[in-house]
Design a protein around this ligand. Sequence first.
Ligand SMILES: [Zn+2]
Length: 93
Amino acid sequence: MTNLTYEVLQREYEKLRPQLPRFCGCETCRGDVLVFALNRLSPNYVSTPQGEVLVELRLDSDQEKAKLDVALLDAFRRVGLAPRCGARSVQLL
Ligand SMILES: [Zn+2]
């Protein structure tokens, strides 16, 4: 079973991360960003490859993408302000 929201989030993380060079980006911070965003979005569980394609199409709509990016950027901002790994706090956005 896969949570497609998580799959798409990871892809978006890799896309947004280079635009935030001051963000720590270590494994701890990456995990915290993903978990924070994930908890604010609805999961999309699929068990079959066919279902995966359908939900992926839905998640690809602009509206869904926008929701995802908002949650992700907020997560970047919060984790950047208080990184658990001990990196310096940065104001990202
Ligand atoms: Zn870090």
